[in-house]
Design a binder for this molecule. Sequence first.
Ligand SMILES: [Zn+2]
Length: 204
Amino acid sequence: MLNPKLDVRIDIVTGLVAPAEQRPSPNHDTRPPGCAIDLLVLHGISLPPGTFGGPWVDRLFNNRLDPDAHPYFQEIAHLRVSCHLLVDREGALIQYVPLHRRAWHAGRSTHRGRSDCNDFSIGVELEGTDEQPYTEAQYRVLDRLLPALVTAYPAITADRIVGHCDIAPDRKTDPGPCFDWRRVRQALNRDRAGYSERPAGKAD
Ligand SMILES: [Zn+2]
């Protein structure tokens, strides 16, 4: 269990987040040249849907999901998808793709007229469903992770932290109506007020 004072550090050269556990996914590629990272997309995922704690999400992101393990997996086992970071129900933080690389989380998507949000976004998955509240442990991690991300990538302004449902509204509902956006935004504002000195020379 990660402690509430989790110290999140981001290396923008390697794209790695400490203290995330690294479980590299092969599902990523290069962002378009000169494309700044200026969007953060929050997702919810559980496999099979509504079930928590199994190995299946991890296997999906590593192309090792057995289509015979559950009927639903036959629909998705062929997908090549990933995210940058996952926060499980217990608040464990796992990294699948370095932040400067393009992870494959958004699919067909549009944000303010720009399509293909994977090009310019960071994707964070929360283990969860539309029907159940996310856990306190998950919010505690977000309290630390999101301020660290917007500090490392200052083009991600508060209004550029969105749900998958916002960029693919015809296909996606995650992270769902139970996600407490107000809490997350309050944490960001609180943290930002504490940043009297933000680091200079931020990279994109
Ligand atoms: Zn999603």
